[in-house]
Design a protein around this ligand. Structure first.
Ligand SMILES: [Zn+2]
Length: 160
């Protein structure tokens, strides 16, 4: 979705012409419970032509594909004998069993729960996403960096 009706809210080079209440009303069209069910929220800034035209490449798709296949294989092994196929399908009991975090991770989660006013669903969503981020990184343990990345994908409160 656009950040606001005119599309320039938060843009560093163009001014947004929408009033605060207009932006708030626009965002409310997506309800909280619906937003809560979306795993990954990312703010995507407008891209300048120069950046699009830049010939330098990031990680190639073949390398990414290999990494994703490895992560899927880890999940297949993890859920052997269970009906769950992938991290995103874990129920609360499986989250408890497969998404262990250390003391530093718990401290970060506690702070995030407070600051983001997370629901229980939001909390489990972060753990499942952190599990996948760890799998993609080839890490058996969920590390603080994986949790931090997952937390960053929760929607942030509107700053008006
Ligand atoms: Zn606007």
């Amino acid at each position: 979705m656009n950040p606001c009706p005119c599309g320039y809210y938060g843009d560093p080079t163009h001014e947004c012409t929408c009033s605060a209440s207009f932006v708030a009303r626009y965002r409310q069209r997506l309800s909280g419970p619906l937003l809560d069910r979306i795993d990954i929220h990312v703010e995507v800034p407008r891209v300048e032509y120069e950046k699009l035209a830049d010939a330098r490449r990031g990680e190639g798709s073949a390398a990414i594909r290999a990494r994703v296949e490895e992560a899927r294989e880890r999940q297949r092994m993890r859920f052997r004998g269970l009906r769950t196929l992938a991290n995103g399908e874990m129920g609360p009991a499986e989250v408890h069993r497969f998404c262990e975090v250390d003391e530093a991770g718990h401290a970060l989660l506690r702070a995030a729960m407070r600051q983001l006013n997370l629901s229980a669903r939001g909390y489990h969503r972060i753990l499942k996403l952190a599990r996948t981020i760890a799998d993609l990184a080839g890490s058996e343990r969920i590390q603080v960096a994986h949790l931090a990345e997952a937390i960053q994908y929760r929607p942030r409160a509107l700053q008006l």
